[in-house]
Design a protein around this ligand. Structure first.
Ligand code: NAP
Ligand code: G4F
Length: 352
């Protein structure tokens, strides 16, 4: 049974990977959670259905509202209706490769969308006189062509994609609202974090989905881009703890959240295929379409400030993360295989 309701939180991006883990965390902590979701022609609530339908959580613990970060008027109405104590801005066009194809849309959603939400929060706070705490999902992608290794809060930004540029804008406008209007606004500069709920077009999940399907005979080849890129990969469930911790501090601030370990895409492949006893080199092929016009070669974070100030530590290491994702996707592929044998159509991704 969850704790009694104490606070209201508004979460954008609730249907995404982080939104789903954060919703679980907040409900477990006794919050009434309100999520912003986009209207879609097909269901897009798969990651939060279990929270929405949890009979033990009670009907008022999670409420979903239609909206879009690009619609500032609707955001203002929503903030007035929900009257939240805490706002977590996780919504974004979050795919780096896609941001090269949709640079303006990415800027409008990921950059200006943040400003729309900050304005709604600022006005509501002024009208009610009650402070609202704000979390901005900043990204290690802002470090881009890294100016220092490892990257910390003071490392200069050098974004390498329309997504990275939009996140830099969102980061600085959040800091500007903190400094101009005294908003309790914090930015989490999160390094890559993954899970079995990761979108299937991000490289880790693309690999573990393929490993499951190849092991079950549903797929033969995995087409990838740059295998040399290195990322500091953590577990999303650990990272949402840090978001919440930032908003519980008396003073707002900006924090790097990372594991302090970096691994290449090649290493991720090696480990993931080895989990099912396969040699990755027999299955992985290179497709130039997956290379980016400008790449972020190396990310490695130093989360010392978060460790010291927030008492935050990552719990899941690289091997355990890969293992957890492969186990999940192997099970998923087994179910797909059963359906396939029974003559049902199984959707295999044409683009990832
Ligand atoms: P995700 O799975 O791609 O989720 C993104 C969420 O944003 C989805 O709920 C999506 O809705 C929503 N969204 C997209 N466009 C929107 C719009 N115009 N208006 C309202 N909502 C919109 O991303 P994630 O991995 O959970 O990441 C959460 C946040 O952290 C994002 O801002 C991301 O950029 C940032 N971040 C992520 C990482 C990481 O490694 N995961 C690292 C650093 C920062 P639909 O479900 O309808 O698409
Ligand atoms: O998994 P990725 O698409 O993640 P990326 O670009 O690092 O961005 C993610 O992390 C950011 C934090 O730094 C977030 F802000 C952002 O929202 C997102 O969650 O790609 C990782 C690496 C890249 O270097 C890419 O070039 O993998 C390389 N890669 C190689 N082959 C591939 C592929 N990436 C994808 N998506 N698909 C491939 O086939």
């Amino acid at each position: 049974m969850s704790a009694p309701i104490t606070k209201r939180a508004l979460v954008t991006g609730i249907t995404g990977q982080d939104g789903s883990y954060l919703a679980e965390l907040l409900i477990q902590k006794g919050y009434e959670v309100h999520g912003l979701m986009r209207r879609s022609s097909s269901f897009n609530t798969e990651r939060i259905d279990h929270v929405y339908q949890d009979p033990h959580a009670g009907p008022s613990r999670l409420t979903l509202h239609y909206g879009d970060l690009t619609d500032g008027n609707a955001l203002s109405r929503l903030v007035r209706t929900v009257d939240p104590h805490e706002v977590y801005n996780l919504g974004a066009q979050s795919h780096v490769r896609v941001s090269f194809d949709q640079p303006v849309y990415t800027g409008e959603t990921t950059g200006i969308g943040t400003l729309n939400l900050l304005e709604a929060v600022r006005v509501h706070q002024e009208e009610t006189g009650r402070p609202i705490r704000f979390y901005q999902a900043s990204s290690s992608e802002m470090f881009g062509l890294v100016q220092e290794v490892p990257q910390r809060e003071t490392t200069p930004f050098y974004p390498r994609s329309p997504y990275g540029c939009a996140k830099v804008y969102a980061h600085w406008i959040t800091i500007n609202y903190r400094e101009s209007y005294g908003l309790h606004a914090s930015c989490g500069i999160l390094f890559n974090h993954e899970s079995p709920r990761r979108g299937e077009t991000f490289v880790t999940r693309k690999i573990t989905r393929a490993v499951g399907r190849i092991a079950c005979g549903l797929q033969k080849t995995l087409w990838l881009g740059n295998l040399d890129a290195k990322r500091d990969w953590g577990f999303a469930g650990d990272y949402v703890d840090a978001m919440w911790l930032m908003l519980q501090r008396d003073e707002p601030g900006d924090y790097v959240i990372a594991t302090g370990e970096t691994h290449s895409v090649r290493e991720f492949c090696e480990k993931a295929f080895a989990c099912v006893g396969l040699d990755w080199e027999q299955h992985v092929r290179i497709d130039p379409r997956y290379f980016r016009p400008a790449e972020v070669d190396l990310l490695l974070g130093d989360a010392q400030k978060a460790r010291q100030v927030l008492g935050w530590e990552p719990k899941v290491g690289f091997e355990a993360l890969v293992g957890q994702m492969v186990d999940h996707d192997l099970e998923l592929a087994r179910r797909e295989h059963t359906l396939f044998r029974a003559g049902h159509a199984v959707h295999l991704p044409s683009e990832a």
